[in-house]
Ligand binder design. Sequence first.
Ligand code: NAD
Length: 256
Amino acid sequence: MTGLEGKVALVTGAASGIGLAIARALAEQGARVTLTDIDIERGEAAAAEIPGARFLAADMSKSIEIERLVDEILKTEEHIDILVNNAGIQHVSPITEFSEEKWRLIIDIMLTSPFLLTKAVLPSMYERKWGRILNIGSVHSLRASAYKSAYVSAKHGLLGLTRVTALEAAEHGVTCNAICPSYVRTPLVEKQIADQARIHNIPEEEVVEKVMAAEGAIKRLLEPSEVAQLALFLCSDAASGITGSAQTIDCGWTAH
Ligand code: NAD
């Protein structure tokens, strides 16, 4: 139904959370998925559980590893149909204390690597006149939060890259969209909840309701599978008229 049978997909940061859910959902539709991540142990374990999937390790902060990753895939697959730029990290600190090293690392992983991968996959997508690029943004692609300067800047920049890619690639049958979720229940967020509960000495459910989900109209976290369903739709033939968009899935967060 989705037209994804036999499509070749690459998902970054796929060893856990949202990336893993998207990789699994694409494989369930018959796509041949390469999962990549810096975490080799978890990445290999994840790929082993997904029929037809494989894992290739790569550090998204290193151009040379990104280049090698694409070369490796193109050796056996000849082309890449779907690219999901998902890898990401978080660092919370006031600008006055934010190190240049941390800033550069976050921008490299979350903005430069999507640019480099987009640049690498577009030629084979153009040749086949079909392609889907999904950039995993955030409500922080559209709204700011204090103490997250690099994260918010990278996610805003990623939306800019999404729009430019959409404009350049449209005539070649390639779409590019950003998915902008509010908080999703992933290992990254589970740790934040536990930390907040400890700091404020309140139960974890209260952290979810009063802190993490406070900005949303619907007071809950999203599940990775909900984001994966939106990703599937955007990759499908039914979404061929959607490009350059910031697709929010945010429990009403940005409705304010
Ligand atoms: P996660 O920590 O579960 O997964 C992120 C993955 O990226 C991990 O497997 C990690 O090993 C990998 N990674 C980190 N640095 C890397 C590097 N240098 N090279 C390759 N891989 C690397 O996190 P998640 O919550 O699933 O987040 C995935 C994406 O979704 C991120 O871009 C994040 O900003 C975005 N997002 C998450 C939420 C949320 O609430 N969880 C909300 C909005 C957007």
